[in-house]
Design a protein around this ligand. Structure first.
Ligand code: SF4
Length: 189
């Protein structure tokens, strides 16, 4: 067992960091991804999660509900029929949320780009994409590389300035002040 007697004088066992860094560290090391696939790229995504590549090594585990997922990996061909469903699932995810476009179909329509009237020419037409992974299909190593890039991106965020202070500004905005200053109707006596 570790000797913690030195902690009596206040040294050791204390980590000092900015809140931004702590939040980013927590978020970047546990980006749970939404478990769904659209076509053949999804098989590679499943292989990446399986024992040989083991995505849980980098804190990524699949979730079956959009409410519990942080990352949507669009793995496969997005048909016109599925596009609005993909958008709806994205909207059901809680903020902050991220999207990875896996493979050439999700990124640009892939082999269906020219003649596939039924295929969306890039999932970024319906949801914002953070990382694009090329390939048909991308190998598991490519997906892992894309996920590591996403982790780097999360580490660069400023959650306190971008969300907390923005929410506070909205709360104390002019409109809110005006609406609170408006006298409520006094019932006639
Ligand atoms: S990019 Fe290739 S492997 Fe991936 S869904 Fe399209 S056709 Fe299939």
């Amino acid at each position: 067992m570790a000797d913690i007697s030195h902690a009596k004088d206040g040294s050791g066992n204390i980590v000092v960091a900015s809140l931004n860094k702590l939040i980013n560290w927590a978020r970047s090391t546990s980006p749970w991804y939404f478990q769904f696939g659209l076509a053949c790229c999804a098989i590679e995504m499943m292989a990446t999660a399986a024992s040989r590549h083991d995505l849980e090594r980098i804190g990524m585990m699949p979730r079956s509900s959009p409410r519990q997922a942080d990352v949507m990996i669009v793995a496969g061909t997005v048909t016109m029929k599925m596009a609005l469903r993909v958008k709806r699932l994205y909207e059901q995810m809680a903020n902050p949320k991220y999207v990875i476009s896996m493979g050439s179909c999700a990124t640009s329509g892939g082999p269906y780009c020219q003649y596939g009237y039924h295929v969306l020419k890039g999932v970024d037409l319906v949801v914002p994409v953070d990382v694009y992974i090329p390939g048909c299909p991308p190998r598991p190593e490519a997906l892992i590389e894309g996920l590591l890039k996403l982790q780097e991106k999360i580490l660069d965020e400023r959650p306190i300035q971008d969300t907390v202070s923005k929410n506070l500004k909205t709360l104390f905005s002019k409109e809110n002040k005006q609406s609170s200053a408006t006298p409520s109707a006094v019932p006639a006596e």
